[in-house]
Structures are given as C-alpha cells and as structure tokens.
Write a protein that binds this ligand. Structure first.
Ligand code: HDE
Length: 711
C-alpha cells in the first residue's frame, strides 16, 4: 500500500503512516523463533503438565500449564449484540476528483492519496457461528484511515432502516433475535416476535419490502451495494454545508441468490460469502466499489415529499443523481481474524473535518451507542489503541489509564492548560485541521414527540414495489409468504397483511395466498405534514434487473469423468477464463481424471462435497465420460438443481446427452451436428466449432440468472 504523496499541512499528520506500516509492529511472526511464556521464559516442554510422579497429581506450581489454560479460558469476548458474524478485508480508497465546493475533508480533495480502509461485512441477526446466507440485512462498515484521523462509514446494504428513532432499537433487536424462552430460531426473522413487532410498528414497512426482496440474500459481498443510510452533512472550507447520502456501487453489479439456494447453502457451506471474499482476494480478483454521493442543498431541506432526517426514506436517484467520486479496492485479507475482524470497532461518531451529522434521531442515538458497546465488548476505554483501530496519525491527548493502557506517557503534565509540559499537546486550531462542529442553529422545547413530517410509512414502500421487475416482485411475495407461514399466531399474520394492503392491493392479495388470513383490509395510515412535493412514482435504480452484467468472478463447475473430451473442455475453459470466470473441475473422485484424447485434468472437488448451489454455472464437456455421468443420480441432481435455481448450464458434444436424462422442463437441446443452441440460459452445441458456444455461454453466465424458467 502506498502512502499519500501529498500530506495536508496539519499538526496532527506530521508523522502519519499507512495502515499497513502502522500494523507492522503489532505483527508477531513465530517463524524461526523459540516458544516462551507471556513473561518471556523459554518453554522446553508443552505436552505434559508438571506432576508428582508419572501417575501422580498435577502440581499447582506449573505456571506454564496455568498460563496456557487461563489464556484459553479467556479467549472469547462478548460477541456483538448485532452484526456478530462478519468478515473483513483491507484495501484502499482513491478519489476521482477533488470536491472542495462540497467538503474540506482532505481525503476527498486529494486525488494522489490512497487512503487505507478496513471493511467489515456482516449479517445482523445471527450469532458468530451462524450461516452467511440467512435472509438478513448485511452490514457494510468502512474505516477510512485518513491523514486527518479515522472516518467510519458504518452502513448497510439496504438504504433505509426499520425504525425512525434510536430509542426503538432495543425493541427491534429483541424482537428479531431468537425468542427469549428457547433461543430459536437462529439467524432468521421468520418467527412470531419479529412479525409481532413489525406489524405493530408500521414505520418498518419500507425496510420490510427491502428485507423480503432479493437484496437480503446477496450472491456475494462484492455484488451488493452499500449505503450510509442516514443523511449526513458535508462542510466546505468556507463553512457552507450541504446534506449528503453516501452510496457504495459495486463494479460487478448487484446480484442475489434464490431463496431455496440460500437455504441449501447454509448447510453446504455456512461460510459461502466469507469464503468468496477471502478467495477472490487471494486470487487477485479484488472487489471494488465506487463511492457515490447524493447532495441536497440546505435550501432544499424540506422540498421532498419525505423528511431527509427520516432514516426510513431514500432519496430516489431519479430526483437526486448519485455522483461517483472515488473507488474502493479490497486487496488484502487480514492476517488474523480475531485481532482484526473481531476487534475492529466502528463508531459512526468517528468523523473528520468536512463531514458532520444531522438531527436524524436514529443517527443521533448511534453516535452514543457504538462507543458504549465497545467498552464491554473490548474490555475498557482503550479499545482505540488496538492496532486495527488506531488511526495512522499519532494520538496525543490527556486521556489516560483504564484497562489495558498500551502507551507509556512520558509527560508530567496530564492536564490542560499546563506550563510544565510547555503547554503540550497544543490545541489544533480549526485552520490547522481541528474539528469544529457545524454551527447548526438549534431551538425547541424538550418533548418526546415524532415530527409530523415522519408520519407517512407507506409511500416509499409502494415506490419500491412499483420499481421492481416481475421476477423481483414474485420473489418478494414468496419471501413474505415464507416468513408469515412460520408465524404461528394468526392475528399477527392478519395485522401484517393489513399493513401491506397500504403498500399495494395486488401485492397484499398475492401475499395472502395459502397463509390462512382473511382478505387484507388496509390499516389506518397518516399523511406526512410540512413537506414539499418532489417525488417519483417509480425508481428504476431500485431494481436489480438492469444492473451491471458480467461473467467476471463467476464460478463454473465443469463435470468430468474418465474419457471426457479434453479438446472440448480446454477450448471452453480457456474462453470462460478469458472472460474472467473461474472453472472448477468437479469429478467423481479427487485427483487426475484421464480424458479420451490423451491429456488429463485435476479434479479439485468431488461430488461428495460440492453441489451446484456453490457455483454460478455448470458445464459438461463431451466424450465417453457423458454416458457415465448420465447414469449418476448426483449428476442429474446437480444439473436439475442448477436449472431450478435458474443458473446457466452448458454442454458440448456427448455432454448434451447428460441433459436428456435430466428434468429440464422440456428445454430445447442442440440437434445432431447443430452449433450453439440457446434456450432460457441452457446453451448446448453438437458441432465441433466451440467459439459460438463459448460466446453464448459467457453471455448466459453474465446474465446471472434466467428467471424466465420460474414457474
Ligand atoms: Fe448498528 N450497532 N445500531 N446500525 N451497526 C452495532 O455496534 C445500533 C444501525 C451497523 O462490523 C453495534 O460495534 C443502534 C443502522 C453495522 O463491527 C451496536 C442503532 C445501521 C454494524 C449498534 C443502530 C447500522 C453495527 C453492535 C439505532 C446502518 C456492525 C456491535 C440507533 C446505517 C459494525 C457494535 C461492525 C453494529 C447499535 C442502527 C449498521 C450495538 C443503537 C441504521 C454495519 O452498538
């Protein structure tokens, strides 16, 4: 990672490092080293405890045994109350063009800088050991180690939140977590307490639409969007402020799994997303996102038909376009999960000069909560000194003591003002990079009251529904029916469908099918007050239908057996790999598989451990192997499952015969001698020229899924 070529002239940045350099002294490499205790004494023997004779009692004086067991006993720290399961990566952010008119933040004005970042993705509801593919919101938290201090953008992959005021967060989380009497279900919102709360709190409706949509089962972290959710402020050097929403736009587009596949993956590979992130970085396929901003002037604060301070609302991109201002690349996996991914502490209150808060009542509560939670989770107030949390600029202040202080202050003057220490550390004037809060005018009576401008809980839920493609609508309806089918209390199901009747009559009617409720009647709704009229009826940007489509990073399972055609396999595999896909050879057994034409290939997976759910596409080459594959039940299952999950399937030569024994809803296969034939993402070819076939298969893979197969 390179350092900024230009360091802003602030007192605080004089000896700043990159994050990689900052982590260097904390790295502990045992290579070539002898083992010793925590107090530095060499350990000659670690396999037997100290005993009074070979069959005698263990002696208390065995300090090595005691240290080893005590350290083990205390290896676990409390898991995060929410977002417990996460995976993270290091990377950097690069700015496209300076934006001094919007903000004075140095890292948003220096195109020569590579600002180090550490990003942690997470699910919200499940425990640390739960599965990656649960239907859930994903956390998308980014720590920018800027030359002016840390900026933490602690966002989600969904742009709105369930509640408008932070005071309801404990209620929401209690309701969605496993039920208190038996701690079930794990990592799932499909149970009574969640839908009881949701149906009683209609402000959840908009977010419910997102969580029931395919957005809540992403294909990978690298294929999901990120959002800062709240409206923040940017402040420029002249002290002028604008409102801003932050976005992360994935360069690979936004893509999701199908629900049946997500459930199967939870068993096949509970680490599906974690592994994808890790392996793609190890392979050098670095996930990338563009940072986008939606900017609204102070004058337009009340111009929209929603309140900018209400975190259950988006600003439709068609009203305020997203300006892409820079790009983030994740290029390095952590050295150690606990030290980095587990100990990282994100604080929405970590901002740098030029970025500031608004009065969003959800954001305001977060400014307190995250600091507070780390005190227990990381054992005291010195958590900011843990290597992964330290800024890359040196820290000097009079905070002191507390559990696990990691620095040794040498000054006698631990207060301000002082003369004994020469007045140091000196204050950092605003002009030299000191943070000055935006002087927003504040007045009002102390009241516990929600603004009337927050009262409309349905219009944007309707906007979301109206913006979906038909397959997306279908999936959303199915997801709600799945969840409500698991709700045992009929009254809760009824109340929820009555709420959904306010979103769209057709949606509510479709949701009701088969879940034993009466036809929905809309629940009472209120209109928001005191707002302008700027709005849209549909927002194409909300749909995933027109996202970036690419074969890059796609995993293709090649099903081979003895006698496969190496000529066909290698021609197609080369074309797929040239398009950025990765071909994984799946055999009956691991190891070398002999082809019918001399060469051989190494099966790195066998059908005992993998299923089509782990891949984006399936390819079956021709050769004598085809007859064997056609006779195998697990091969038929592999192909039929890929078909059901709407995945691209390709076969060449005799490989097409394998498809004839599979139930593929009568899909059209290539006739004898025919070149590439395509039917609903099923690409087959019986000719010898495979260029057209490979092109069609790559196109089918880039499309991600072929929803036209769904019944
Ligand atoms: Fe969080 N949230 N949250 N949250 N949140 C936590 O902080 C909280 C909210 C988000 O990878 C906790 O360090 C309150 C919105 C992410 O380490 C906790 C409220 C958004 C992460 C907490 C919210 C988020 C957290 C648990 C309502 C999207 C994981 C452990 C006022 C903008 C960060 C921790 C990581 C984690 C509190 C609402 C995102 C308990 C009180 C809205 C990505 O402090």
């Amino acid at each position: 990672m390179t350092t900024s070529k230009k360091t802003p002239a602030t007192a605080a940045t004089s000896t700043a490092q990159t994050k990689d350099e900052a982590l260097a002294p904390a790295r502990r490499d045992p290579a070539g080293q002898h083992m010793n205790t925590d107090h530095g004494v060499g350990i000659p023997h670690t396999d037997d405890s100290l005993r009074g004779g070979p069959r005698g009692p263990t002696l208390l004086e065995d300090f090595h045994l005691r240290e080893k067991i005590t350290r083990f006993d205390h290896e676990r720290i409390p898991e995060r109350a929410v977002h417990a399961r996460g995976s993270a990566a290091h990377g950097y952010f690069e700015l496209y063009k300076p934006i001094p008119e919007l903000t004075k933040a140095a890292f948003l004005n220096d195109t020569t800088a590579r600002t180090p970042v550490f990003v942690r993705f997470s699910t919200v509801v499940g425990s640390r050991g739960s599965a990656d593919t649960a239907r859930d919101v994903r956390g998308f938290a980014t720590k920018f180690y800027t030359q002016e201090g840390n900026f933490d953008l602690v966002g989600n992959n969904i742009p709105v939140f369930f509640i408008q005021d932070g005071i309801k967060f404990p209620d929401l989380v209690h309701a969605v977590k496993p039920e208190p009497h038996h701690e079930m279900p794990q990592a799932a919102s499909a149970h009574d307490t969640f839908w009881d709360f949701a149906s009683l709190v209609p402000e959840t409706t908009h977010m419910l639409m997102w969580v029931m949509s395919d957005r809540a089962i992403p294909r990978s972290f690298s294929r999901m969007e990120g959002f800062g959710v709240h409206t923040f402020r940017l402040v420029n050097a002249a002290g002028k402020s604008v409102f801003v929403k932050f976005h992360w736009k994935p360069l690979l587009g936004v893509h999701s799994l199908v629900w049946d596949e997500a459930q199967e993956l939870a068993g096949r590979d509970a680490d599906f997303h974690r592994r994808d992130l890790w392996e793609s970085i190890e392979r050098g396929e670095f996930p990338q996102w563009e940072l986008g901003v939606q900017v609204v002037s102070e004058a337009d604060e009340m111009a929209f038909d929603f309140d900018l301070l209400d975190a259950t609302k988006i600003i439709p991109e068609e009203l305020v376009p997203v300006q892409r201002i820079g790009r983030m690349t994740l290029d390095r996996n952590p050295d150690n999960f606990f030290a980095e991914t587990e100990q990282v502490a994100f604080l929405p209150s970590n901002v740098v000069p030029g970025i500031d808060f608004t009065n969003d009542p959800l954001l305001q509560a977060r400014l307190f909560s995250y600091q507070d939670t780390q005190l227990t989770r990381l054992g005291g107030p010195n958590f900011a000194q843990i290597p992964i949390n330290r800024p890359v600029v040196p820290v000097h202040n009079h905070q002191q003591d507390g559990f696990m202080q990691q620095t040794v202050p040498t000054t006698r003057a631990n207060y301000h003002p002082n003369s004994i220490g020469g007045g140091c550390p000196m204050l950092t004037p605003e002009k030299a990079g000191g943070f000055a809060h935006f002087p927003q005018r504040v007045e009002g009576q102390k009241i516990r009251e929600r603004s009337a401008s927050f009262a409309d809980h349905y219009s944007q839920a309707t906007l979301f529904w109206n913006s979906m493609s038909e397959p997306e609508k279908r999936h959303l309806v199915k997801a709600v029916r799945f969840e409500l089918s698991k709700v045992e209390r009929r009254a809760i199901r009824q109340r929820q469908v009555d709420n959904f009747a306010n979103v769209d009559a057709d949606f509510a009617r479709r949701v009701c099918e088969g879940i034993d409720v009466d036809p929905p009647t809309p629940s009472p709704r209120k209109a928001a007050e005191g707002l302008g009229k700027r709005s849209v009826k549909a927002s194409p940007a909300l749909s995933m239908a027109d996202t970036v489509k690419s074969a890059r990073g796609r995993q293709v399972a090649a099903l081979v057996d003895e006698g496969y055609s190496h000529a066909e396999f290698s021609a197609v595999a080369a074309a797929l790999e040239a398009a950025g896909a990765r071909v994984v050879v799946v055999g009956k057994k691991l190891g070398p598989v002999k082809s019918g034409d001399g060469a051989e290939v190494d099966a790195t997976k066998n059908r005992l451990t993998v299923a089509s759910s782990l891949f984006d596409a399936v390819y079956i080459p021709g050769g004598a192997s085809a007859a064997k594959l056609a006779g195998e039940r697990d091969v038929r299952r592999f192909v039929e499952e890929a078909w059901r999950h709407c995945k691209p399937i390709g076969a060449t030569g005799e490989g097409v015969e394998v498809l004839t024994v599979c139930d593929l809803d009568g899909a059209k296969l290539a006739a004898k001698g025919a070149a590439s034939t395509v039917d609903r993402g099923l690409v087959t070819c019986r000719a010898t020229d495979h260029a057209a076939f490979a092109k069609d298969l790559i196109e089918a893979i880039a499309k991600h899924r072929h929803w036209e197969r769904e019944r």
